[in-house]
Ligand binder design. Sequence first.
Ligand SMILES: Cc1cc2nc3c(=O)[nH]c(=O)nc-3n(C[C@H](O)[C@H](O)[C@H](O)COP(=O)(O)OP(=O)(O)OC[C@H]3O[C@@H](n4cnc5c(N)ncnc54)[C@H](O)[C@@H]3O)c2cc1C
Length: 467
Amino acid sequence: MTSISGKTSTDWAAFAKALGPVETIEETVRVKKRSRDFFWYSPILDRRLKTCFGDLVARPKSPAEMAQCLSLSARHLVPVTLRGGGTGNYGQSVPMEGGLIIDTTAMGEVLEIGPDFVRVQAGCNILKLNEALKAKGQELPVFPSTQDIATIGGFISGGSAGIGTVSHGMLRDAGNVLEIRALSAEENPREVVFSGDQINMIHHAWGINGVIIELTLRTVPTEDWIGCIATFADYPTCYGAGMALAASDIRRKLCSTLDARIGTYFDRLKGIVREGLPMLVTLIPRGQMDAFRALVAAHGGTVDLEMDEAERLARKLPHAFEFSYNHTTLQALKTDRKVTYLQILCPAPLNVEKIVELQGVLGDDVYMHHEFSLMGGQRVAFDLPLVKYTTDERLYEIMAIYEAHGCPASDPHSCIIEEGGMKKADYRHLAWKKRLDPLGLLNSPKSREWGRVRHLRPEAIEALHQA
Ligand SMILES: Cc1cc2nc3c(=O)[nH]c(=O)nc-3n(C[C@H](O)[C@H](O)[C@H](O)COP(=O)(O)OP(=O)(O)OC[C@H]3O[C@@H](n4cnc5c(N)ncnc54)[C@H](O)[C@@H]3O)c2cc1C
């Protein structure tokens, strides 16, 4: 069997055979399909990653089979890329050096549901997990809008926020993730348990510093959610209503505001939500609908859509949250392949004046979209604007405009972990990479700094964090 990636010299047929009972996928078309994620959201990443493929896919069913995959990879020194649902959008799970893709989706058991926690295998589909929790009157405090496809291990490794962040904070905020069990990528894989402050040593590390096999997560009581969309006369007014909802004691699970031009891409809402107006998209507990309607009315808005789950299913409508977070970009890309997006932080304290100021300096090619969020106890908003793409230079110019107006940009057009939200290396992640991946097999091309520090001891790498 020749190398699909064209980047490795391993005998992949022999490798697959040596994996024994572990299910493998060797067909070129299927391997190539599992080498992709949603990097094509970015024209820059699309150019960079569309020809990167793995060589073989393994689908372990248990921690023991996962250990077998890692052990063989260590013996043959092959690059390893973990993959859950493959919904990441920075090419996080694209195997840039070829090698073995480990698909975790066969390790999907919900192991234990306690009064306010769940213990689950990393490959569990998030929708399946939320359904199991709902049967016990609970749900995840935070989940991504991709729950139908994404895995919980992929979310904790690659994600940071989502539906529920407006009430329950970021994934990294204390108490949301309680324990992570991970394996090292060595001939004799070791299991390491992360808890308390240590959680963030492996959370959001893009699978570069350990293989997550099991997670314990906080759960919260579930609600009878009503998906709502309200419209307003102009974007600053809509944003003001979003600010008020995020600051209110209404137990909203989502609070997103969208520029009127974004709504023009939402074919499924035609005839349901008034066209040409900015939207507030939210999830409200049934018992608090009166308070929500009053808040919208106080801001001069109209609630155009209220749907509970039964009505949503009867009308065959998407979830309200499929008009939020990065689903907004996806809805637009369905009809216009020329749009892309950015990721901007609006720091606390939030105010409508900042939005008016930005409207004055951003061009007609930027359509604002805010996700109101709780981050480290502060009320912030993430702007995920849609951008009518023209050139790479213009994208970076828009980021610079936001930054000049006090709103830091994370670059979603890079597949390098240090160039995204972090902007600098997290040497604690890299110290743990040295401990759990001493051979540098796990998704290493995603770290610019790894090559520089890989020869240092973990303690020396960690010391760089203090510097
Ligand atoms: C339409 C759309 C909407 C989105 N909405 C959100 C959102 O609301 N919030 C958000 O945070 N993100 C969002 N994302 C990004 C992404 O969907 C989420 O981060 C998602 O949860 C990733 O899960 P996954 O199973 O698809 O992971 P994958 O894409 O398969 O993997 C993500 C990263 O985790 C690593 N990984 C996977 N499993 C493991 C494991 N067991 N151990 C170690 N590393 C592992 C991979 O190598 C990769 O680096 C969105 C993306 C799209 C395309």
